[in-house]
Ligand binder design. Structure first.
Ligand code: XUL
Ligand code: CO
Length: 430
């Protein structure tokens, strides 16, 4: 496979970029730096595209037989794949990069062996680690949770995996460390001590923070909210729940959020709502860029093609001042019927072009100014007089009552949603 080229918007090729042109400047900064695309190791190099009812449709052993040889071949293929696409970052779980051994020690040793292999590939290509994480959900020992398991030995094994994954992230220069609590939740309160589980989860995150800081990790820890699947109730339900949790346990200075589009919609929110919630709390850290299917109630992890969603996402990212330690990780996989290497490239090209176009249009919306001006004007009553006093916290129920009783005529203005939606369409399609 040859490197994928930028051919511009007029190109009819689906094996070329039409919008993603890494060095093109938007607001004075190259597109590549705004977007910070990352490859998800698990979907891209590990998923055989099986589903609940059917086996995989694609072979990812890369012609090798032993588990270690397969692991190395995956890494080699992955770095060539990223180089061809111009992707500068990747993200992994410990179990994506290295096979699990017979014992915990063997499993952790395998991770270290692969870290060395990845280190060489990083140096050769200049590709960097965005974030690492520990998979504490696939192995059956995590059936009742990891940091929230009712079994203290499982809590200890989770700690060992988290420690190794943090060490690996530091060694490979990762700027983020993610916690996605796939099994951190419950199915029924008939067998669950929710209070103890939440305290234990916070204790795990606190130990990870303290260990990471001591070991020299100066990036961000991220929680990735998801409301359900695999458990019925997941503790990291959505951005607001996670922020409340982090504040309760004093973790909000070291942790930010990794917002995933498909998780947002599973929580009954828009992607933008989750991003905005994180942003206004200073906690928009990183993004798992994908999309779900609104007719299906589970996490389909599709490559993003919805331009509106990408525009609203990039508006939030620009308003947050861009990514610092995070980026846009394609936590996405091909559909089960799209089972060729070409499909893998086309999935990423689709996602990257969707976000590149999203960035360009978001910039256009900001420069146009009509949406921001409308919002600012809608709240003008808080700029002076009684409104200004309210904002400054200088009012009481008594003096507001006195003010309200003196009111004669109130001007209620239209929210003009359809007008604003027309402006968005004008800016998107002309
Ligand atoms: C699962 C999911 C994970 C996290 C990392 O829904 O999104 O792959 O991104 O553990
Ligand atoms: Co994710």
């Amino acid at each position: 496979m040859k490197p994928i080229k930028f051919e511009g918007a007029k190109s009819k090729s689906t094996m070329a970029f039409r919008h993603f042109n890494s060095s093109e400047k938007i607001q004075g900064k190259p597109m590549g730096e705004h977007l910070k695309f990352a490859m998800s190791y698990w979907h891209t190099l590990c998923s055989g595209l099986s589903d609940m009812f059917g086996e995989g449709t694609v072979e990812k052993t890369f012609g090798k037989k032993s588990l270690i040889d397969i692991a190395k071949a995956k890494a080699d293929f992955g770095f060539e794949f990223m180089s061809n696409l111009g992707i500068e970052y990747y993200c992994f779980h410990d179990t994506d990069i290295a096979p699990e051994g017979e014992t915990l020690k063997e499993t952790l040793d395998n991770v270290w062996m692969m870290v060395e292999h990845l280190d060489v590939l990083q140096k050769k290509t200049g590709i960097k680690l965005l974030w690492g994480t520990a998979n504490a959900f696939t192995n059956k020992m995590f059936m009742s949770g990891a940091a929230t398991s009712p079994n203290a030995d499982i809590f200890a094994i989770t700690a060992a995996k988290v420690k190794t994954a943090i060490d690996a992230t530091i060694k490979l220069g990762g700027t983020g460390y993610v916690f996605w609590g796939g099994r951190e939740g419950y199915d029924t309160l008939l067998n669950t001590n929710m209070e103890l589980e939440l305290n234990n989860l916070a204790h795990m995150l606190t130990m990870a923070r303290d260990y990471g800081r001591k070991a020299g990790f100066d990036g961000d820890f991220f929680i990735e909210p998801k409301p359900k699947e695999p458990t019925k109730h997941q503790y990291d339900f959505d951005a607001a729940t996670c922020i409340g949790f982090l504040k309760k346990y004093g973790l909000d200075k070291d942790f930010k959020l990794n917002i995933e589009a498909n998780h947002a919609t599973l929580a009954g929110h828009t992607f933008r709502h989750e991003l905005a919630t994180a942003r206004i709390n200073g906690m928009l850290g990183s993004i798992d860029a994908n999309q779900g299917d609104m007719l299906l109630g589970w996490d389909t992890d599709q490559f993003p093609s919805d331009i509106y969603e990408a525009v609203y996402c990039m508006l939030e990212v620009l308003k947050a001042g861009g990514f610092k330690t995070g980026g846009l990780n394609f936590d996405a996989k091909n559909r089960r019927q799209s089972n060729t290497i070409e499909d893998m490239y086309q999935g990423y090209i689709l996602g990257m072009d969707t976000y590149a176009l999203g960035l360009k249009i978001a910039d256009r919306i900001i420069k146009d100014g009509r949406i921001d001006d409308f919002i600012a004007n809608r709240y003008k009553s808080y700029k002076s007089g009684i409104g200004q006093k309210i904002v400054k916290g200088e009012t009481s129920l008594e003096n507001l009552t006195k003010y309200a009783l003196g009111l004669k005529q109130i001007n209620l203005e239209s929210g003009r949603q359809e007008h604003l939606e027309s402006i968005i369409n004008q800016l998107m399609f002309g």
